[in-house]
Design a protein around this ligand. Structure first.
Ligand code: PHE
Length: 338
């Protein structure tokens, strides 16, 4: 019995010394030390031994088990460590490599001009208001003193949704909506989309406007000139020439169109300004008493001015773009330049 045990130990240890992988160690461990393993079956034979021999051989079995177990466990630890090292090597990250660049977008040129215009007016104490793009005939025309037979109401210019509902053709209806809900003093700008049935190299069916207006006791035409001059100097150039030309809008009286000196030729006359040296940049005027009447303001007490400008037109002049459709084709080669 003792010889068989020592032989078994010898066989196990020599097998262990040439073992190559974790799986083989586990298999060996089961074969020698498992519940149905070789050591276990020899242990069963202890019963056949004499009373004196039994504890001695029992001790031997335990010490053999201990020695084999020790070798097996140290091998398993070694294999586990090996495996870990392999994995660390395979997953190695070079933290000194530069990161990958994510392409950065930029805001659309129209958005950029819009933001610039809005921020100039915010700096002068104006507050931003908005109104719906789907409007009623009342807000878009009637309350703005645009009579039923005015050409702006023509099917040619306006997108009608029904007899009474339409896509707003300008941002002026926001004047009415704001004045209906608030009392003067008011200093408001209203940026947004507007729609007209028009399409060529300087017109698209949708474009952007910024409306502005100021209402209080004793607002004068001088305030209109001062505010718009400060605005245009800030947007274009501090020393750009500006002129106010008499014009007509049903909702302002008197009305003006405001021109700046041509930014392309500095007033000498070119293709862009059609030889005149001037560019029309916005429409404005003193708010008509009929408009105040529509919102229940006392036009004996309050006066105000309003203006409206087209963002695409300003963007075209500022960047020297001659086809408005470029803004809406979304060609990244074009958009990336801003
Ligand atoms: N609403 C006018 C337009 O779209 C512009 C404008 C606004 C003129 C306010 C005067 C006062 O053409």
């Amino acid at each position: 019995m003792r010889d068989r045990l020592l032989q078994l130990e010898k066989a196990a240890l020599s097998e262990i010394s040439s073992i190559k992988n974790k799986e083989a160690v586990i298999e060996l461990k089961n074969r020698y030390l498992g519940r149905k393993g070789e050591l276990a079956s020899l242990t069963k034979e202890l019963g056949k031994l004499s009373h004196e021999e039994r504890p001695v051989v029992g001790d031997l079995i335990n010490s053999i088990r201990g020695r084999i177990e020790e070798r097996v466990n140290s091998l398993l630890t070694a294999f586990a460590q090996d495996e870990r090292e392999q994995r660390l090597k395979a997953e190695r990250v070079d933290v000194t490599l530069p990161g990958r660049y994510l392409p950065l977008g930029n805001s659309h040129p129209i958005t950029q001009i819009m933001d610039e215009v809005v921020s100039i007016f915010l700096g002068m104490g104006f507050k931003v208001a908005e109104g719906p793009e789907v409007e009623t005939d009342y807000y878009n025309f009637e309350a703005l003193n645009i009579p039923k037979d005015h050409p702006a109401r023509d099917m040619q210019d306006t997108f009608y949704i029904s007899d009474d509902v339409l896509l707003r053709t300008h941002t002026s209806p926001v004047q009415i909506r704001v004045m209906q809900g608030k009392k003067p003093p008011l200093r408001v700008i209203a940026p947004g989309k507007v729609y007209r049935r028009d399409s060529d190299i300087t017109h698209t069916p949708m474009f952007h406007q910024v409306e502005g207006f100021m209402v209080d006791e004793s607002i004068t035409f001088g305030d209109l000139k001062g505010v718009l001059t400060a605005f245009l100097h800030s947007l274009f150039r501090e020393d750009i020439a500006i002129r106010f030309r008499p014009s007509f809008f049903p909702f302002t009286e008197p009305s003006v169109e405001v021109d700046i000196q041509c930014v392309m030729c500095n007033g000498k006359g070119c293709r862009v300004c059609k030889g005149s040296g001037w560019l029309e940049i916005l429409g404005a005027g003193m708010i008509h008493p009929m408009v105040f009447k529509a919102v229940d303001y006392d036009s004996e007490r309050y006066t105000g001015f309003a203006f409206g400008l087209g963002i695409e037109r300003i963007a075209m002049l500022k960047y020297g773009i001659d086809d408005i459709r470029m803004f809406f084709e979304n060609d990244v080669r074009f958009l990336r330049q801003f």
